[in-house]
Design a protein around this ligand. Structure first.
Ligand code: SF4
Ligand code: SF4
Length: 95
């Protein structure tokens, strides 16, 4: 049985990072009121991290693996998401 962790698997993809984020929080005030902040746990690449002092979600878009989860899993539909521009984003080494 494989003992690869999610972190190990994330090293099997290549990513060409754009200098413009393809992800954005629509309204930080909505995040501030959000009880679960589920984006901080459902994203497999740990893109979102809530900063309690700044009352904002940091969005490490350069880590995104384009799984699409945050397009549907934010109960407040508070994530603006587009595919990265052509030539940017992830490519898979296997498959
Ligand atoms: S992006 Fe959605 S799930 Fe994440 S903190 Fe904001 S409202 Fe909550
Ligand atoms: S598309 Fe997937 S990997 Fe990218 S930020 Fe959303 S949940 Fe995370």
């Amino acid at each position: 049985m494989s003992t690869q962790t999610m972190t190990d698997k994330l090293f099997t993809i290549r990513y060409k990072c754009d200098d413009v984020s393809h992800l954005a929080i629509k309204d930080e005030a909505v995040c501030a009121r959000c009880a679960g902040k589920s984006c901080n746990s459902f994203c497999p690449a740990e893109v979102y991290s809530w900063d309690e002092a700044a009352k904002t979600n940091h969005v490490a878009y350069e880590n995104c693996v384009e799984c699409g989860t945050c397009r549907i899993a934010c109960a407040s539909d508070n994530v603006a998401w587009v595919y990265p521009k052509g030539g940017y984003g992830i490519s898979y080494r296997f498959g």
